[in-house]
Design a protein around this ligand. Structure first.
Ligand code: 13P
Ligand code: SF4
Length: 370
């Protein structure tokens, strides 16, 4: 995870009103040279300045499509800004307002661990393996996948990418999120017994050569700390309280939670489903609290609540605040770039292969995992 040095006192001391006024002014001054992208988990104060909002897939598509912009300011987390740098046109500068906005799940897979896994599964056990990485991963992991016949996916198109991978023949190692991998493969008909967890902290992932040979899917032992807070018990409690409430969760939730839910899909899918639901419908949502609260406000005619009784907040997404955004835009308007995210050339070349495969395997609407 990167470290964000304190921003100058001139910005740290801004009131919210002053920061908003500065952001608006600098945004106006920069005009079409600047595009601000905002992920659905951003705080309201920040996301209202975004030119485009979306889930990881949509924001990757938008980043790749920008023509003529000089700067993309990414209100999201580090791996998203890296993907925007990889996919955007040459000459576009990508900026992350707070460098410490990382993703704990992405940090759970390191390149040397994946290389060791590969040596064991492919080298020692002789398996044919396609590496598929969730886009919530470092550029180095994406590059490994691109360079070894694999691809990236998001929660919006994990199923389409896994279908693509199985068509190549062989097995799949899915990383870093074991839950997205398990939920997606299970929905496609792969039995749980054919999936094994590969724990990068253990020699050979904790697998014997026989276990490695018998499995169809290797699930990297990684998870999202936010979605890990949702439990099957919470689903049971909702059912007991009110059978009419529908439960919709993100597929980063554990398999037991997804099985008990009515539906599972990406943030874009959750928004679309609740938006299209009739007035009076009731929803318990298993995803980050800023998105849930936004849906509560947007649909007063529907009963929307979090699946958990506790606040499931992504603390790294939350690091992007008005002051850091004001600081980055003020610098850009003065001709200075701060917090640029730039992926090294060879990593970029191979990661592009994996990300392009991800963008080729997209259905026109966000689809359910379950
Ligand atoms: P999506 O918005 O792509 O569903 O991803 C959720 C998430 O956890 C992003 O970090
Ligand atoms: Fe990472 Fe989870 Fe936060 Fe998404 S919600 S950025 S997966 S920690």
């Amino acid at each position: 995870m990167l470290f964000q040095p304190p921003i100058p006192p001139k910005y740290a001391g801004l009131t919210d009103e002053q920061a908003c006024a500065m952001i608006l002014e600098r945004k106006k001054a920069l005009g079409s040279r600047l595009v601000i992208l905002g992920h659905h988990y951003q705080q309201d104060e920040v996301i209202r300045f975004a030119d485009f909002t979306g889930d990881s897939l949509k924001l990757s598509q938008v980043g790749a499509e920008q023509k003529g912009a000089e700067y993309i300011v990414f209100c999201g987390v580090h791996f998203m800004a890296e993907s925007a740098d990889i996919l955007s046109e040459d000459g576009v500068t990508v900026i992350l307002p707070d460098l410490s906005a990382g993703c704990s799940m992405a940090d759970m897979a390191e390149l040397d661990q994946l290389e060791d896994a590969w040596d064991f599964l492919v080298g020692e056990c002789g398996q044919e393996v396609i590496p598929i990485t969730y886009v919530n991963s470092t550029a180095a992991i994406k590059a490994f996948c691109g360079g070894h016949g694999g691809a990236c996916c998001t929660s919006s198109n994990a199923r389409a990418v896994l279908e693509w991978a199985f068509k190549q023949g062989g097995k799949v190692i899915f990383l870093p999120d074991q839950h997205l991998g398990r939920n997606t493969a299970f929905a496609m008909g792969v039995p749980l017994e054919q999936m094994v967890v590969f724990d990068p902290a253990l020699p050979n992932g904790g697998l014997s050569p026989d276990q490695a040979r018998d499995a169809k899917v290797y699930l990297w032992k990684g998870h999202c700390s936010v979605h890990g807070l949702f439990t099957a018990q919470q689903c049971d409690d909702i059912r007991r309280m009110d059978a009419a409430t529908k439960i919709i969760v993100h597929p980063e939730c554990a398999w037991e939670v997804v099985q008990k839910a009515d539906m599972a899909g990406s943030t874009e899918f959750i928004i679309k489903t609740v938006s299209e639901a009739p007035a009076g419908s009731k929803w318990a949502i298993g995803t980050e609290i800023h998105l849930v609260n936004r849906l509560v406000e947007r649909f007063p005619d529907k009963a929307v609540r979090s699946l958990a009784g506790i606040q499931c907040l992504c603390t790294t997404m939350y690091r992007i605040d008005l002051k850091h955004l004001a600081w980055t835009l003020d610098a850009l308007a003065a001709g200075r770039v701060v917090n640029q995210i730039k992926v090294e050339a060879e990593t970029k070349r191979l990661a592009t292969v994996a990300l392009k495969r991800m963008l080729e395997n997209v259905t026109p609407v966000p689809v359910a995992i379950k």
